[in-house]
Design a protein around this ligand. Structure first.
Ligand SMILES: *Cc1c(COP(=O)(O)O)cnc(C)c1O
Length: 411
């Protein structure tokens, strides 16, 4: 009989979102009249920008004619999209990349997970707490950790607490780390990293020969012109950092699927014998073998995000979400709640009132206001006492949710 990968048994059962679903369903059954507002989702809700949809349709039609049919494309992505990204995304930031350094994919989730394929198991990994659960769970799955302790920390992984005291910016790890995950703007806390903070990480990585995994899935939500959008705006990052980007939150591609990963030619890692090898080569080999590229219409749709019309429409949708964020943040702030994030990120990270635990607040918010959010403790032990609200809903829902929360005063 075949044997399983026992590392999967170390994972705690997918707890957070199923548990939220269970509690909401039970409440809705008991209170069928309640109009429940969901501010818990990490998914966009607005439709694709019209210019993107148009390009998508046109490319689908291309597949229906012999002259414009496309079969297998390059595993690394079509040059038309890669060139667009070089010109429209990186050049304006003063970052120069060559086409071979960008890999188009079907998601930043998959890329942050699959990248572990090309790195040895004995690398020591550091990640935030709270954190996007994919970083933690994929390291457990691949066998880099022991069992979880009662708090939820896995043996062998290095957790960097992101707390109110440090402005939700992790301190440098105190133990030796070979791979460090950074996510800015952050999911779940909404925190962003200034140029100084990113420079601290890049300098640290260069000094200690560590590799940075920089997840910039939410960079489009940065409103402060002083905040870098790419890790490569920091000199030296081209020697120590990979960058993960996605069209998911930028342009409503969560259901369409398109993302990209940057692996500069200068990022090296060593072999067992100590020889230095560019990671780019290994990833290229990995993708060529295990991936057959993103579909042609999807890549055409993604490129249309950067057409003049597409970009204007994309920015309008982002502005819509960020106005929701402003409404939630300022409404709750005026009512005396302590709220972080929501300025350069579509997530708000609120402190629960009256020292409620994350789940106690969840239950009260649901029962008292009919509003659903995400308990911070679900993202890691240091998220306890916090609560994530998302700006990805409708304007009317954001306004209504805030007014209900303000009116309810029985915390
Ligand atoms: C949503 C999200 C992504 C994007 O994942 P896709 O697979 O591209 O949809 C990546 N990182 C974080 C932290 C996210 O929240």
């Amino acid at each position: 009989m075949a044997r399983i990968n026992d590392n999967y048994l170390k994972l705690k059962a997918g707890y957070l979102f199923p548990e939220i679903g269970r509690r909401v369903k039970a409440f809705a059954q008991e209170h069928p009249e309640a109009k429940i507002i969901r501010l818990g989702i990490g998914d966009v809700t607005q439709p694709l920008p019209p210019a993107v949809l148009e390009a998508f349709h046109a490319a689908v039609d291309d597949l229906g004619r012999k002259e414009t049919f496309h079969g297998y494309g390059p595993e690394q992505g079509y040059p038309f999209l890669i060139e667009t990204l070089i010109e429209k995304v990186y050049k304006p930031l003063g970052v120069t990349l060559n086409g071979g350094e960008i890999f188009i994919s079907d998601g930043a989730k998959c890329d942050t997970a699959n990248i572990l394929d090309i790195l040895a198991l004995d690398n020591r990994v550091a990640l935030g707490d709270p954190v996007y659960p994919v970083y933690n769970d994929t390291n457990v799955m691949i066998g880099r950790s022991g069992e979880a302790d009662e708090k939820g920390y896995y043996q062998g992984l290095i957790y960097m607490p992101c707390l109110e005291e440090n402005g939700f910016l992790p301190d440098l790890p105190s133990e030796r780390a070979d791979i460090i995950y950074l996510c800015f703007p952050n999911n779940p806390t909404g925190a962003v990293a200034s140029r100084e903070v990113l420079k601290k990480w890049v300098d640290f990585a260069l000094q200690t020969d560590a590799l940075l995994f920089f997840d910039a899935a939410y960079e489009a939500y940065i409103t402060d012109p002083a905040i870098p959008h790419s890790i490569y705006e920091i000199p030296g990052a081209e020697h120590c950092a990979l960058e993960f980007r996605s069209f998911s939150k930028t342009a409503g591609f969560t259901g369409v699927r398109c993302a990209f990963t940057v692996i500069p030619d200068g990022v090296m890692a060593r072999t067992a014998k100590g020889e230095k090898i560019p990671l780019n080569k290994l990833w290229n080999r990995r993708q060529s073998t295990k991936f057959n590229g993103v579909s042609y219409p999807v890549q055409r749709a993604a490129a249309a995000v950067y057409s003049p019309e597409g970009w204007k429409q994309t920015r309008e949708i982002i502005a819509y979400y960020m106005e929701n964020a402003r409404i939630i943040r300022s409404g709750l702030g005026k009512a005396g709640f302590t709220v972080y994030g929501g300025v350069n990120a579509p997530y708000l990270w609120m402190k629960t009132p009256a020292n409620l635990s994350s789940w106690e607040f969840f239950d009260k918010l649901l029962a008292g206001c009919h509003v659903v959010g995400t308990p911070g403790s679900g993202f890691g032990p240091s998220g306890e006492g916090f609560f994530r609200l998302s700006a990805f809903g409708d304007r009317a829902d954001a306004e209504e949710a805030v007014s209900r929360i303000i009116k309810y005063n029985k915390w």
